[in-house]
Design a protein around this ligand. Structure first.
Ligand SMILES: Cc1cc2nc3c(=O)[nH]c(=O)nc-3n(C[C@H](O)[C@H](O)[C@H](O)COP(=O)(O)OP(=O)(O)OC[C@H]3O[C@@H](n4cnc5c(N)ncnc54)[C@H](O)[C@@H]3O)c2cc1C
Length: 480
């Protein structure tokens, strides 16, 4: 097995996939001004495997052959394996300046979840297919996006409900023969689909018997006939209003992914009609993925805490008590996140020999950062003052007639150049007070599942403990 280089990864994306952005068809995602930002961000995982400094972290040994494979594709067998993967995602996101490379991270989450579910299902052919696909992804060192979230229509109705306006709000099987199945429907918010090699499609909820056509899980090449990626635009260059920085812009974009009667051969179908297992597949994915989310949030929060401390110092308020309180709140937020994310690895649940991040803790971890993120944003914004959104631009600063005024009147603490203060405010504005900042708030809430989805799992998975604690309380109360 040979790990791919960044160039190999990019070359693999030049395959006539049907990608749209701003109403136009994209010829080559690797050179498109917007999409190439996502490509370069995803490429960080490939860069790490090539870099002697990170190779040991990014590359693992194949469990049977000992050959090099991406660590994302090493099926975790114990807490140590999970912690290593944890370190990999945090480190990669630090290298990505707060943005996770994503396409291998999420691929590992999906593959592990499908593998665990297949083992629990106990259907030999499904297990063989996912085992073979897992090997294929390892061998080809692929990037795989996760197509889970359906467009859903009326959220209160089941996929097959006749009250839905049409039957295609959830991806479903519309035909099948000896060769494979044909699927129709649309998935939404699918991160990086345009610059992944394959899409692994999973159901996004528990299903009932009459939903069995919707209980479908499969892998599909991103350039399959009938598969349309309609991408959301993303920031791809610095505005002339901004102070220039050397760091590349990192970002991802999401697709409305339309399956216009796409054919999937049986060897890539991992669930088809087994409606009883749709919910547990979605749950198994969430245990891995919510841990992954916590990892990238650690690196992002470190960066944001650094911004807060810097601007507090630049504004000369770092020793004031309410400012220290706010910085302390941020430290508590970050360190709780770090502790929970690590604890979910240290205390895994074993499923058929696979170590799954502790379901309760990984969900609490994601819930913690999502529920409290808007407060975090508020604390940082408070330290900046209104200049966060009213500062003159880089263009003003460049004009010799204005520069001296700006330098004089917009300085903060003595010894800190005004330009440094304006640059830090610019970074904070991008992350915490712009359309991107708003997007990151929505990502915290909805990415990796809404708050309610975490609460459902936390409550559901806690039933044994609840009973145990109740019995203890009864004993102490003298109830026999
Ligand atoms: C930036 C970003 C990237 C993402 N990347 C991916 C990705 O790569 N792959 C992927 O598959 N998904 C991805 N997602 C999707 C994410 O998992 C969903 O946004 C999330 O699960 C919420 O689903 P929704 O957006 O359809 O919201 P909705 O389901 O419309 O939720 C809106 C509200 O309705 C509530 N609600 C909905 N249905 C019910 C119900 N039946 N009962 C009670 N309450 C209900 C929710 O709890 C929430 O409060 C991404 C999302 C974002 C924002």
């Amino acid at each position: 097995m040979v790990l791919r280089t960044v160039e190999d990864y990019k070359q693999g994306l030049r395959d006539n996939r049907e990608v749209w952005i701003l109403g136009e068809k994209v010829k080559d995602v690797t050179t498109h001004p917007m999409l190439r930002v996502g490509v370069e961000t995803a490429a960080v995982d490939y860069e790490m495997a090539e870099d002697p400094k990170y190779r040991d972290l990014a590359v693992a040994k194949h469990p049977e052959t000992g050959e090099p494979i991406s660590r994302h594709y090493y099926l975790p067998k114990n807490a140590e394996d999970l912690l290593k993967r944890h370190e990999l995602i945090v480190t990669a996101t630090r290298l990505g300046d707060g943005v996770i490379p994503f396409t291998k991270d999420v691929a590992g989450d999906c593959l592990n979840a499908v593998m665990v579910t297949a083992q629990v299902m106990g259907k030999e052919e499904n297990l063989e297919r996912i085992t073979e696909y897992y090997e294929y992804v390892r061998k080809k060192d692929l990037s795989v996006a996760c197509g889970m979230t359906d467009v859903k229509g009326n959220r209160s109705l089941h996929p097959s409900s006749p009250e839905q306006t049409h039957p295609d709000f959830y991806v479903r099987v519309v035909d099948q023969n000896d060769e494979g199945i044909t699927v129709r429907g649309a998935k939404i918010h699918i991160t990086a689909s345009a610059y992944s090699d394959d899409i692994l499609v999973l159901p996004c909820r528990a299903m009932r018997e009459d939903d069995k056509d919707y209980a479908v899980c499969f892998a599909v090449p991103a350039n399959s006939k009938g598969l349309k990626h309609i991408m959301h635009p993303l920031r791809y260059q610095q505005s002339p209003l901004e102070f220039p920085v050397d760091e590349p812009i990192r970002m991802h974009t999401e697709a409305l992914l339309v399956f216009d009667d796409v054919f999937i051969p049986w060897e890539r179908v991992f669930l088809c009609g087994e409606w009883q297992h749709a919910g547990s597949l979605a749950y198994n994915f969430s245990f891995f993925h919510r841990h992954t989310a916590s990892c990238y949030r650690i690196a992002l929060t470190e960066l944001q805490l650094g911004m807060a401390q810097a601007i507090a110092e630049y504004n000369g308020i770092d020793r004031i008590s309410h400012v220290r309180e706010k910085i302390t709140n941020m430290i508590i937020y970050l360190e709780m996140l770090k502790s929970l994310a690590k604890a979910s690895c240290s205390d895994p649940v074993m499923h058929s020999g696979v170590a799954v991040p502790n379901p309760i803790i990984s969900n609490i971890s994601k819930y913690h950062f999502a529920e409290n993120y808007h407060n975090f944003v508020k604390w940082v914004q408070d330290l900046c003052g209104g200049i966060l959104v009213t500062a003159p631009t880089y263009q003003d600063y460049q004009n010799p007639e204005l520069k001296d005024y700006i330098d004089k009147y917009l300085g903060g603490r003595k010894g800190i150049p005004t330009e440094h203060r304006l640059r830090m405010l610019q970074l904070i504005r991008i992350w915490l007070a712009s359309d991107i900042g708003g997007g990151v708030e929505v990502l915290a809430l909805h990415g990796e599942g809404s708050l309610q989805a975490q609460r459902m799992i936390i409550y559901g998975e806690y039933q044994n403990q609840l009973q145990e604690y109740k019995e203890r309380a009864k004993k102490v109360a003298g109830i026999k």
